[in-house]
Design a protein around this ligand. Sequence first.
Ligand SMILES: Cc1cc2nc3c(=O)[nH]c(=O)nc-3n(C[C@H](O)[C@H](O)[C@H](O)COP(=O)(O)OP(=O)(O)OC[C@H]3O[C@@H](n4cnc5c(N)ncnc54)[C@H](O)[C@@H]3O)c2cc1C
Length: 481
Amino acid sequence: MTTREAPHVDAVLPPDVLDALQAAVGAKAVIVAADALEPYRIEERGLFRGTCAAVVQPATTEEVAAVVRICAAAGLPIVPHGGNTGLVGGGVPRGGIVLSTARLNRIRALDAANRTITVEAGVILADVQRAADEADALFPLSLAAEGSCRIGGNLATNAGGIAVLRYGNARDLVLGLEVVLADGRILSGLSGLRKDNTGYDLKQLFIGSEGTLGVITAAVLKLFAKPKVSVTALAALGNVEAAVALFQHCNAAAGDSLSAFELISGRAMDFCLQHIPGVTPPFDRPPPYSVLIQLASTRANDPLAEAAEALLADAFEAGLIEDAVIAASDAQANALWRLRESIPEAQKAEGGSIKNDISLPLSAVPTFIGEASKAVEDAMPGIRVVAFGHLGDGNIHFNLSQPVGADRASFMAAWDRLERIVSDIAMALGGSFSAEHGIGELKVDVLRRYKSEVALDVMRAIKRTLDPKNIMNPGKVIIDA
Ligand SMILES: Cc1cc2nc3c(=O)[nH]c(=O)nc-3n(C[C@H](O)[C@H](O)[C@H](O)COP(=O)(O)OP(=O)(O)OC[C@H]3O[C@@H](n4cnc5c(N)ncnc54)[C@H](O)[C@@H]3O)c2cc1C
């Protein structure tokens, strides 16, 4: 794939619409200067470049509603933006306006007894975590972009990340939602109830809808008891079958305290060692696979280090692992996590990279990695598979780096062909072609390829009902054609 350029549409707002938007949110909160629009037109990976006539930054839910009403009357597309860290081009504007949630950034309430926090959509994820922490609680959603992504974006993409194994995806962390609908009405559902069986669960429609059904303006999120102790270890393994067996072993031995189980392939580690300053080899010999294991407990005196040692000793005796290191300090634990979280950055230094965000039943992961590796290597000799990810969730980032010395552009032009090879294998094994990144613009055709006609019909019907004028992020997720 090469960068998908947009035709230049709607570069200028009609004067009456501009006036109305400025009256609704204040002149300063309507950005129209071309250079200031630029960061909103591009996305994280540089795969897409869009165009928009303005970025509008409302500061309250009522202002969001006013902006949506103005756009609905003018038939102007709206693309909501949080931190613009999405990985599937969901935030790329194709004309119309970008509605930035950056000024919707208040923490409205924290109810310690109810274990909930009520936040506006533009609060940065790390700030939600910090507010919870200051109240001696945990908001567990955690991903490498947490310093810049915003909670509305996390919910709109149903983000996953490194804590899904223990706490679930973003959708599992929400009790209530406030949404501005495509006609400007406010759907107020900021309930903090854990039990509320009163008909359809409307909030779940908007979670994962990637801005195509409405604008999420606030949410009531679940808080959890804060872990008091944790231990991080890295185990070296000979193959991915052993990694799956090790997961079963850890799950049986550690139960709920198993809070992360992340796979790092030998090539992924090798790239980190080569390209990430300060990363040191954890083992004498680089293993074919490593697994980062974290145990955590809310009981301060839980002997987790001893538990990890015993668990790894048993795994060693059973022939599942070849070596292991247990972090002896927070600094060592952070260094192990840095290794895992630097993989995408390290991969960038190796040239073009085609990303596949696959999920599978855990039992099918070894077959998938074996079959998909062979298939892409047959399709393009010299291609380099970089497999890593949230193995405990069955989520493999099956990334492909260009052959050494290949031309980046021609490699990226093979994106669709290689994606299809990989997705076909994942789907045949009962998996998904998009585990946590969503559909956005990148995977609209892929969704159409694999979803049943019935499922597509239901999705289109929902879209038509909630957004009859097709102004909410048109062209993303589901196209009504
Ligand atoms: C380094 C890095 C690591 C990442 N790791 C992970 C990971 O481990 N797991 C994972 O799931 N993702 C990951 N991502 C992807 C990305 O961070 C997540 O998808 C994140 O949830 C997006 O949040 P955002 O605020 O940046 O959303 P944006 O990129 O701004 O928007 C994403 C989509 O949501 C829509 N949207 C945004 N805000 C709203 C709103 N208020 N109402 C309605 N629609 C809205 C947009 O229109 C767009 O379609 C990673 C990204 C990076 C760059």
